[in-house]
Write a protein of this length. Sequence first.
Length: 182
Amino acid sequence: MLVETIQGKDLSYQEIKNIFQIWANTFGDGTIKKDKKIEFTDEVIFLIRDKNNTILALGCLHQIHAYFLWKPYIIQWIGGIVSTIKGKWYGKFLMTEIRTYVSKNKLTAIGFCSKHNTPFYEKCGFLIEQWGITRFVTKDAKWKIHYTTDTVDDVLYLDGKDCLVKKVFLHPRAKVYVPRFW
């Protein structure tokens, strides 16, 4: 089994359309617009396909700029993780490849997961911070702070060479400012 790693800017419109359709079927949101390719520019897409080019599992790392204690950091935001066929280990294989990519490149990667998915991510080698989602906030264009209303999700993560996660643990009251929640 092979996991393809594709830069978002290199995806065809049809591939983007297929990805958004899978996400819409799984997460119940999203419509396909012609400008969606712009959203994939800074992403690394991970795909598992069968011999007919049908997507069996997918996920992405979206590079975002975050701030912690007023210092800038680059985070690889883990998201859009879907296995279209359950019970075949496609999701585990995909997440193992994402973990390998992040570790090899010494990146900081962070994602959110519901409590019932936490054991899956732990089996894939990710570390978990329970209820850590409340540490992340967004600021709008007018610098108004927005807190997540979802206080039950856990944070899955791998710390990179910048040691951001270690720094976050050392300052338990400080918030991580991100441009959006995944």
